[in-house]
Design a protein around this ligand. Structure first.
Ligand code: ADP
Ligand code: MG
Length: 151
């Protein structure tokens, strides 16, 4: 399976990369974010929001599970950590198939409910300020997207 990697040297760089990616996103795109607490999932999402021209501050939706923002496209920001493996279905499909971009933090907790086609992003601590980001595209749309962003 093809995967793409990039290291960042601080939160600004992580957000900037996400911002660049966001400019290429289309309605119905789904991104998953995996990584330990503090790996940078929400930082990455803030960059996505900026790239989608969202003015409101994006913060971790841990207590609400899903937050919706409006910009060039809607952003559906999910943090499903609190669901753990409960398999609770909160009608995620409506978001995945909606007009916006969905970003799911801790996506493996709702693995069964995720669409097959999506961009999986893994963040790893490499140091205080350094992170490794690994992008795994699933499906043609995301393979093209990765090729473009990493070209
Ligand atoms: P998560 O949502 O994965 O729990 P957050 O994005 O909320 O993580 O927090 C990441 C923390 O790590 C922030 O305090 C951020 O400033 C810090 N940080 C340091 N270096 C980086 C980096 N290269 N990329 C992203 N965040 C970083
Ligand atoms: Mg978070």
């Amino acid at each position: 399976m093809k995967q793409y990697e990039i290291d960042t040297a601080g939160s600004e760089e992580t957000a900037q990369f996400a911002e660049k990616l966001a400019k290429l996103l289309q309605p119905g795109d789904v991104l998953t974010l995996e990584g330990d607490l503090g790996a940078g999932k929400t930082t990455f999402t803030k960059g996505i929001a900026k790239g989608l021209e969202i003015k409101r501050n994006v913060n971790s939706p841990t207590f609400t599970i899903i937050k919706e923002y409006h910009g060039r496209l809607p952003l559906y920001h999910m943090d499903v950590y609190r669901l753990e493996d409960s398999l609770e279905d909160l009608g995620f499909d409506e978001y995945f198939e909606g007009e916006g971009v969905t970003v799911v933090e801790w996506a493996h907790f709702i693995e069964e409910q995720l669409p097959a086609d999506r961009l999986d992003i893994f963040l790893y601590h490499e140091g205080e300020q350094r992170r490794k980001m690994v992008f795994i595209p699933n499906g043609n749309r995301y393979e093209q997207l990765c090729k473009e962003i990493f070209s």
